[in-house]
Design a protein around this ligand. Structure first.
Ligand SMILES: Cc1cc2nc3c(=O)[nH]c(=O)nc-3n(C[C@H](O)[C@H](O)[C@H](O)COP(=O)(O)O)c2cc1C
Length: 191
């Protein structure tokens, strides 16, 4: 098998959702974060709209995110008390990660390109980031908690921009959980 195909296959199959509680301590060099984001920008995108936007949250800004997320969780619970486990987790995750990248989208006018195509392009960008992280030994995980709908002000998003998730990054601490996929034959038909 071609060497570059084998290398790529290995990285694709080793990619895992790695949760912040399993990350090892240690700062990720800013140049690596930049490199991961540069790769994100090489994703395919229809009409070259490059709809991805990223907001990098590091250092003390993670504490602000942690407080924001907990506050959101409490407000969401209303008069009921919030689930203490989930509240704790919401506060801890940004602090357990070295870096949190807010995955955002800038949607073009509807007549330029369908919204789903822009979302698909951003998802491709995230996969580029994720595979890059795996290759670098960085654990990563795409979360889409409800708080992302309220993060516009915190992230400084402008008109037409929206947050689609939080991408947690930290040095990989342990191999991700074993995963399986359905057999190809169950999801693919050849005509
Ligand atoms: C768009 C998107 C949103 C996701 N949001 C969450 C999330 O909110 N919480 C979570 O635990 N996992 C989330 N995940 C990760 C999936 O749960 C994970 O990819 C899936 O379980 C397969 O595991 P693997 O990534 O290790 O292969 C998300 C994945 C995608 C693609």
């Amino acid at each position: 098998m071609d060497e570059s195909f084998s290398l790529l296959t290995d990285i694709i199959r080793r990619r895992r959702s790695e949760y912040p509680s399993t990350y090892q301590a240690g700062a990720i060099d800013e140049a690596l974060i930049q490199a991961v984001l540069e790769n994100a920008c090489w994703a395919p995108n229809h009409k070259r709209t490059e709809p991805w936007r990223f907001v990098v949250i590091r250092g003390p800004k993670r504490e602000s995110l942690s407080l924001f997320m907990q506050d959101h969780f409490r407000k969401q619970a209303g008069d009921a008390s919030p689930d203490p486990v989930k509240l704790k987790q919401a506060g801890e995750r940004p602090l357990q990660a070295d870096t949190v990248v807010a995955i955002c989208i800038h949607r073009s006018a509807a007549d330029v390109i369908p919204a789903w195509e822009e979302t698909a392009a951003v998802a491709c960008a995230v996969q580029n980031m994720w595979l890059s992280c795996t290759a670098l030994g960085i654990g990563a995980y795409w979360a889409s908690p409800s708080v992302i709908g309220s993060l516009g002000g915190f992230l400084g998003l402008t008109d037409g921009e929206e947050c689609l998730g939080l991408f947690y990054m930290g040095w990989s601490g342990q191999p991700g959980p074993e995963r399986t996929r359905k057999p190809l034959a169950s999801v693919c038909r050849w005509l």
